[in-house]
Design a protein around this ligand. Structure first.
Ligand code: GDP
Ligand code: PGA
Ligand code: MN
Length: 615
């Protein structure tokens, strides 16, 4: 093995860096290189030139298709292996020292046994490839809530995506060298180009491995990911660090790392409010973060679309940042009528994954336009026509684009100290039972609402789409420690916030009528629900107390100009006593899985809901 420590693979760039003066970083890079045996090591500087060189490299090897610059400048299409299209939850592990810390909702493996297994899997896995060192910051550089990380990866596709999704490059290395703490993350696609006996094999369009590992070591703040190139499994800044590892940091340090979008709301009177909302993957975070209100005078500005880090500020309120710098959004369903802001965000400089290719060299997916083009190349590279009987884009196809390109991005979206939160919203995808909106009676009741969210499964993870599952706080796949301890942590944070605590709401855009169609029009019309929340916070909207929470009073929700029958509205808010009593039984069963770790306050909330239902 020769370690050239050069930038040869990125073309003609200067070999500006050949190592780090930080002994820990250098020792770790050397150790991973010895284990994985790459041909070359490249220290990424985060420059435009570097990104250009990498995209050229990937186009030349057939791993990216350059889109027609006339329609989509500096944009690319990647097609994954059909077996590598989503997060793999059954191969995701939380390897805490103590099994009880992972809890019943995470896969656990004993850390030293897992380390030994990973050493075996990673041995020689980068042969014939270049190993990239990707330094990144989650949150604005040097911000009080921000954190640093380094991802080692053998995937140039990952480097390009990380350059969009994080603040990546040389400055971060300088900060690490000045002594800032950082999180270690290692990723390999698991497809060496040279085998143990020195025999080479050709590169493929999407290298990956059937054997996959997404492993978090929360006690040492480390991530190891193997075998997948898909965003949620391979962009380790995102779900692995900013949620799984960061949730543990938050538990230990008194803050929150959440699967939440962040928005700024401006009322017709000029009042400014901030909201954080948690919905499971592919349940509407990106859409809500870019919402264009249909009601006059209201404005929504985007701060984040997927992850929020929240901390109590000096003024006693809860402040939040978006730790990311880009969006990794679901393409299907994103169109001019549903999310025009997202569509204009992706005008260029965008990486598309598993969408369809048009004959004119642009992209298409279901929902981008009402009518599909007559001919496309589908996400698997096959000819497609509207009567093919299959979708042209994969249901979990994605776009990666810089947040700065979003026309609705708030001026202060990069404020280092974040924005003060007025409301927290929990949601899921529920065809039945759950009303359009309900307000929690208290912080404790809100935590109960978050803890008992269930949602129909989507294409964002492997498994059966549509199956109902519990997804507390939309964190089921992302909580790095015992979920019941996490509920306890939320209760503790609420206690500290006291009267400064934000109001908590629950929403469901996805309730269906007897005809099986969504009752609520959703998207821009969701602004009506946001308006009600703000009016509740201001104390100007009435609510009726129901066993499950506070619902808009008769005529409380602004439905002006909306073509929705009285019957439909009743269906949206119907609370069926028997179904809810049955939900309570399921909640009790669910709580019992966590044994005596369930905070007594949540058991008390359940008892209270039951009591009122039986009233
Ligand atoms: P995220 O993964 O949580 O960010 O979810 P997205 O915002 O990307 O939305 C996922 C899917 O849900 C897309 O197909 C959207 O079109 C759809 N969706 C989002 N908001 C709504 C809504 O208010 N109503 C309905 N019916 N669908 C929605
Ligand atoms: P999201 O998840 O749907 O919440 O954006 C991204 C992922 O699948 O990792
Ligand atoms: Mn999203």
């Amino acid at each position: 093995m020769t370690l050239t420590h050069s930038r040869q693979s990125t073309g003609d760039a200067d070999p500006s860096r050949t190592g780090s003066t930080d002994p820990n970083l250098q020792a770790w890079v050397d150790e991973i290189a010895r284990l994985t045996e790459p041909d070359a090591i490249v220290w990424c500087d985060g420059s435009k030139r570097e990104a250009n060189d990498l995209s050229k490299l990937l186009v030349a090897s057939g791993q990216l298709i350059r889109l027609n610059p006339e329609w989509r400048p500096n944009s690319f299409l990647a097609r994954t292996n059909p077996k590598d299209v989503a997060r793999v939850e059954n191969r995701t592990f939380i390897c805490s020292n103590d099994e009880a810390d992972a809890g019943p909702t995470n896969n656990w493996a004993e850390p030293s046994a897992m380390r030994a297994e990973l050493r075996g899997v990673f041995a020689g896995c980068m042969r014939g490839r270049t190993m990239y060192i990707v330094p990144f910051s989650m949150g604005p550089l040097g911000g009080p809530i921000s954190q640093l990380g380094v991802e080692i990866t053998d995937s140039p596709y990952v480097v390009l995506n990380m350059g969009i999704m994080t603040r990546m490059g040389e400055t971060v290395l300088t900060m690490i060298e000045a002594g800032e703490p950082w999180v270690h993350t290692v990723h390999s696609v698991g497809y060496p180009l040279i085998d143990q006996s020195g025999i080479t094999r050709p590169e493929v369009e999407w290298p990956c491995n059937d054997d996959k590992y997404i492993v978090q070591f929360p006690d040492t703040r480390e991530v190891w990911s193997y075998g997948s190139g898909y965003g949620g499994n391979a962009l380790l800044s995102k779900k692995s660090f900013a949620l799984r590892i960061a949730s543990v940091m938050g538990r230990d340090e008194g803050w929150l790392a959440e699967h939440m979008l962040l928005i700024k709301l401006i009322s017709p009177e000029g009042g400014v409010f901030h909201m954080a909302a948690a919905f499971p993957s592919a349940c509407g975070k990106t859409n809500l973060s870019m919402l264009r209100p249909t009601i006059p005078g209201w404005k929504v500005e985007t701060i984040g679309d997927d992850i929020a880090w929240l901390r109590q500020g000096e003024d006693g309120r809860l402040w939040a940042i978006n730790p990311e710098a880009g969006f990794f959004g679901v393409a299907p369903g994103t169109g001019e009528t549903t999310n025009p802001t997202a569509v204009s965000t992706m005008w260029g400089n965008t990486i598309f994954t598993n969408v369809a290719l048009r004959d004119d060299g642009d992209v298409w997916w279901e929902g981008l336009t009402d009518k599909a083009p007559d001919h496309l190349i589908d996400w698997q590279g096959k000819d497609w026509t509207p009567d093919s009987g299959r979708t042209a884009a994969h249901p979990n196809s994605r776009f990666t684009v810089a947040a700065a390109q979003c026309p609705s991005i708030a001026d202060d979206w990069e404020a280092a100290g974040g924005v003060p939160i007025d409301a927290i919203v929990f949601g899921g995808r529920r065809a039945t039972n759950v009303p359009l909106v309900a307000q929690a009676r208290s912080w404790k009741h809100g935590v109960f609402m978050g803890a008992t969210i269930s949602s129909e499964k989507t294409a964002a993870a492997d498994g059966i789409v549509g199956e109902l599952r519990r997804d507390p706080f939309a964190m089921l796949p992302f909580c790095g420690y015992n979920m019941a301890d996490y509920w306890g942590h939320w209760l503790k944070v609420g206690k500290e916030l006291g009267t400064n605590a934000p109001a908590i709401f629950q929403v469901n855009w996805f309730r269906k009528g007897p005809d099986g169609a969504f009752i609520w029009p959703g998207f821009g019309e969701n602004s009506r629900v946001l308006e009600w929340m703000i009016r509740r916070i201001q104390g100007t909207a009435d609510a009726i107390d129901t066993p499950i929470g506070l619902l808009p009073a008769e005529d409380g929700l602004n439905l002006d100009g909306l073509d929705l029958s009285k019957e439909a509205v009743d269906q949206l808010f119907a609370i069926d006593q028997n179904s809810w009593l049955a939900e309570c039984d399921l909640t009790e069963e669910y709580f019992d899985k966590f044994g005596d770790k369930v905070p007594p306050a949540l058991r008390a909330e359940l008892a209270s809901v039951r009591y009122h239902l039986k009233d």
